[in-house]
Design a protein around this ligand. Structure first.
Ligand code: FAD
Length: 480
């Protein structure tokens, strides 16, 4: 009886989970059979097609979701190509009379989804979209004058006071599925690296998928959250949740995270409150991207359009390879390459170094992060790069140029982080670990270091570079 009903297509995107998934729950509530689809749409994404680290994650996350759906007696259909064409064909093939999805906020995805909604409705079929990724929709939280928020603190106060989320939705108990349709296999998509296979470090560190996300959250709430306020600044310790790729791919929702913090009695503790404010930074970034869709390509503050970036290729290569001669910068870039992730404090340091010490355009750094981060996220990446560069909304003032040596000493006081990622410096005593060029001959000899050979000399002189960056900034200061 049920099988004769037309199916509902549930189109998975950045919501690779079954719990707290409004689209699948609403589809299940129709009583119609479900056709679960994932479409790899590099065409619509264009310049923002997923980078290599994200593709590694996607492969594993989709495998877990496929297992979960097979476990419920169903199928996850894999299709590659323009989503509009894929959906049109699938509707014709299966006689589906509805398409449900959870919303995405990337400008290219919004434009595409709008067209798909029109296509579906023009056929007298149902298209429904839901909020599965944010605590509050960007159009629902605006200032008293109706303008988008451009400053974080009032945004966070408002979110906290008025938009504390409802408890998350359960996973559907049972699902009935449409008859099987032809599908690619995940392996056809070659999402994971083969030669060379650089993914060993990622495999060691991460468990993509819904249950991996929940375990990360539970571990964080059991062990880390109480000390989060202070320890989150220390890259040498496990002081943060590591939830970013899980949140990006929607293996867990911010509502689930918020609710779990509440359940753990941590909402008003220093650690829990600070952690929720970081979840709010994610919301703020999405809000900015929604209201200012050029955020990933255009300076939020137009006066930066006149800034003369140097864009030296050799410096950019040294930065990417973690060979700048500044240990905290190099450790961060090597952590990124090995694990697809970098500690937030170090992201700020390497981004400041690139844009200010090297005077390289933030968009180049953003692009490298896009390719190498497992949590590469258009909203968070663009908002954060512009924040550090000084060109963004509520940005760090341009004249705040991080000193990589002082940052290293303050946030990696025993050098544990640098030693972990730069084994060639491991033998240095702590007092010079963040500035090896200050070590005397004997110390270098004892630590097996040949300056310029086993570890590079500093590629720029920080105090000179700082003055140069500030002078360049002065020249655009008067602009709007
Ligand atoms: P936690 O400290 O445990 O925070 C919990 C969650 O809050 C994170 O998972 C993330 O979703 C959110 N969050 C935390 N800090 C921020 C922030 N500053 N802005 C927005 N959301 C935040 N984050 C990404 O998710 N994707 C990116 O592509 C990205 N690019 C960045 C680029 C630069 C230059 C900088 C300085 C930061 C970037 N961030 C990005 C923000 C931040 O560094 C990461 O979200 C964080 O390090 C992830 O680790 P975590 O999950 O352990 O964070």
């Amino acid at each position: 009886m049920t099988l004769s009903l037309p199916p509902v297509i549930v189109w998975f995107r950045q919501d690779l989970r079954l719990a707290d998934n409004p689209a699948i729950l609403a589809a299940a509530a129709t009583g119609k059979p479900i056709l679960a689809l994932y479409c790899l749409d590099d065409e619509a994404a264009g310049d923002w097609a997923m980078g290599r680290a994200s593709r590694w994650w996607l492969y594993h996350s989709l495998s877990r979701l496929e297992d979960a759906l097979i476990g419920k007696g169903g199928q996850l259909v894999f299709k590659r190509g323009a989503a509009q064409t894929v959906l049109t064909d699938l509707i014709s093939e299966t006689g589906a009379d509805a398409v449900y999805w959870n919303r995405c906020y990337e400008p290219w995805a919004r434009q595409r989804d709008e067209q798909i909604k029109i296509m579906v409705k023009n056929r007298d079929l149902q298209a429904r979209s839901f909020n599965g990724s944010l605590i509050v929709e960007p159009w629902d939280i605006v200032t008293a004058t109706g303008a988008p928020y451009r400053v974080f603190t009032p945004f966070w106060r408002r979110l906290h006071a008025q938009y504390a989320p409802q408890p998350p939705l359960p996973a559907p108990d049972t699902l009935s599925f449409a008859s099987r349709v032809s599908s690619d296999t995940l392996k056809d998509w070659a999402l994971t690296p083969v030669q060379p296979d650089w993914s060993g470090g990622l495999q060691q560190m991460w468990s993509p998928g819904e249950s991996g996300a929940m375990k990360r959250l539970e571990k964080f709430l059991a062990r880390t959250v109480t000390l989060y306020k202070d320890r989150r600044h220390l890259p040498g310790e496990t002081g943060t949740s590591h939830l970013s790729p899980h949140l990006h791919f929607g293996e867990i929702s911010p509502r689930q995270v918020w609710h779990a913090v509440e359940q753990a009695g941590q909402t008003h503790t220093a650690g829990g409150h600070t952690f929720l404010s970081e979840i709010a930074w994610r919301e703020f970034s999405y809000n900015l991207l929604y209201h200012y869709p050029d955020l990933p390509t255009t300076n939020f503050q137009p006066r930066f359009d006149h800034f003369k970036w140097d864009n030296d290729d050799d410096l950019f290569t040294a930065w990417r390879h973690g060979r700048t001669g500044y240990p905290i910068v190099d450790a961060g870039m090597r952590e990124l390459w090995a694990t697809g992730w970098m500690h937030n404090r170090v992201r700020m340091i390497v981004a400041s170094f690139l844009t200010k010490d090297m005077m390289i355009d933030w968009r180049k750094g953003q692009a490298w992060f896009w390719d190498t981060l497992v949590d590469a996220d258009l909203a968070n990446n663009a908002a954060s790069w512009q924040w550090v560069a000084g060109s963004g909304a509520d940005a760090a003032p341009y004249f705040r140029v991080f000193n990589p040596v002082l940052q290293g000493k303050k946030f990696d006081p025993d050098g544990a982080y640098v030693r972990a990622w730069l084994p060639e410096l491991a033998g240095l005593p702590t007092k010079v670990i963040h500035a090896p060029w200050l070590a005397n001959h004997k110390t270098l000899f004892d630590a097996n270091i040949v300056p310029g050979e086993t570890y590079p000399d500093p590629i720029v002189d920080h105090s000179f570079a700082r003055k140069r960056a500030l002078a360049a900034f002065e020249s655009i200061k008067g602009g709007s």
